[in-house]
Design a protein around this ligand. Structure first.
Ligand SMILES: [Zn+2]
Length: 460
């Protein structure tokens, strides 16, 4: 007897796509077989659909507590569920206080309780002055740390702050001792700030001027500097939301040199061009900026060649008013968590022929391996039954009213998407059904990192 059986679907297994049935019991994948004859309490018919592991979104900002008006755990996790995400790791900034010590992490954990429709875990922040908090955060189960090399934060007490080179170097030394991963926003701070001021002074404030204020080399420079620090300290690093082929190539060279480094990009860098941002406006403002079509094409080659480890949304929501004004003043973040899987399936699998196994690697298998989530990331017996059904033959135009975010704006509103997520299952619980919307209870569980054991540091 199973709790749930998924029949008739084209299931994306690690070894390829196969017409098999999946039997789920106690939240786990209990059986994968050509035909399951036992009974089940519930059956999902996946005819003409792909059955894939749920996305593990390693880059989500929920601004609760403190800025709950921007996004909350309930609304944010509903959007993730509707978007085919079954677990996420929450960034340590935008909420107040920022997650830079154990007390702040406890506030997050408390605020998140009984609100999440999908599983969730947390980052800790690396900021100037919190070196002594990093170990406690590790013991409390954060999966990784995040630091900003470009300008970040505000004067509000408890808000996040970017690191300078000294704080970055010292933080990396400490995280190397702890054996923990550091995730980096890599852009050169002083050049991007200076160029932005130049642009505004000259009255150059179009979407293209914004792109030109953060040129490709300012991302590459920061990536190369962080790689050098990683070589020196032995810290494991990961680059978030990389927007350029040149930065991806720098990561690949470092990896060949033996640096423990990985790289993510985001759907908006692959599905939207700077030329289109002129039309979409501030809803598509983010940093690093969405690049011009010719640069994007080269990023695509890196993705198709397997040089980008995974895709994350960088869902960075805000209230509507913060998207008003000129592009240099507007909030730099895109609400996108609800459309990572369908947009990427459309542009990568359907439009560019990315094999489905590679697609699943990008959204689930690779992030689960890097973040130490052995129960997730694949459709295989004994894994968590985190499963998504996607219909490649449906298409729809995204409307504001489709969005579950607290603030119903997105860079993808008005976009035609040539596939549709029809069902999302979290540990055997159906949490989203395209005909009914969000269903059931907030079943999401807190995940904590089990890989806290310090790495042995060589004495030199
Ligand atoms: Zn972010």
């Amino acid at each position: 007897m199973y709790d749930l059986i998924i029949r008739n679907g084209n299931v994306v297994l690690p070894q390829g796509v196969s017409r098999v049935e999946i039997g789920i019991r106690d939240g786990k994948i209990a059986c994968i077989a050509n035909r399951i004859s036992e009974d089940a309490n519930d059956v999902v018919d996946a005819s003409n659909q792909y059955v894939i592991p749920g996305m593990i979104d390693t880059h989500v900002h929920i601004s609760e507590p403190g800025r709950t008006g921007w996004e909350g755990f309930a609304t944010g996790s509903q959007a993730l569920a509707a978007g085919g995400v079954t677990s996420y790791i929450e960034m340590p900034l935008n909420a107040l206080p920022a997650t830079t010590n154990k007390a702040a992490l406890n506030l997050k954990i408390e605020a998140a309780k009984n609100q999440n429709y999908v599983d969730y875990g947390f980052y800790g922040g690396l900021v100037p002055g919190n070196l002594d908090d990093l170990e406690e955060l590790a013991q409390a189960g954060v999966f990784a740390y995040k630091a900003f090399m470009s300008n970040c934060g505000s004067d509000i007490p408890g808000d996040f702050k970017n690191v300078d080179d000294y704080a970055l170097y010292k933080g990396m030394k400490k995280l190397a001792e702890l054996g923990k991963l550091l995730c980096l926003h890599a852009e050169n701070l002083s050049i991007t700030e200076g160029l932005a001021q130049d642009m505004v002074r000259l009255g150059r404030t179009t979407a293209m001027d914004y792109v030109d204020s953060r040129p490709v080399f300012t991302e590459v420079e920061a990536v190369q500097r962080a790689i050098l620090f990683a070589k020196e300290t032995g810290c494991k690093i990961h680059f978030v939301h990389i927007s350029t082929a040149e930065a991806v190539q720098a990561v690949q060279r470092a990896r060949r040199d033996g640096v423990d480094v990985s790289v993510e990009s985001c759907p908006h860098y692959l599905a939207i061009t700077a030329e289109e941002v002129e039309r979409i406006g501030n809803y598509a403002r983010c940093q690093p900026p969405i690049r011009k079509a010719k640069d994007q094409e080269r990023l695509w080659q890196e993705l198709l060649n397997g040089n980008i480890d995974w895709i994350a949304s960088d869902h960075s929501p805000c209230t509507e008013d913060l998207k008003d004004g000129g592009i240099f003043e507007a909030w730099g973040g895109i609400s996108g968590a609800q459309n990572s899987v369908d947009v990427m399936f459309d542009v990568a699998v359907k439009q560019r022929g990315l094999p489905l196994v590679q697609f699943v690697d990008l959204i689930a298998t690779h992030p689960s391996a890097r973040f130490g989530l052995p129960d997730k990331g694949q459709i295989a017996v004994s894994k968590d039954a985190d499963i998504v059904l996607i219909d490649p033959n449906q298409s729809y135009v995204l409307r504001r009213e489709d969005l579950y975010y607290k603030n119903k704006h997105s860079a993808y509103v008005g976009r035609k998407i040539d596939c549709r997520i029809t069902t999302t299952i979290v540990r055997g619980n159906i949490v989203f059904d395209v005909r009914k919307g969000i269903v059931g209870n907030p079943v999401g569980r807190l995940m904590t990192s089990r890989t806290t054991s310090p790495k042995v540091v060589s004495a030199h």
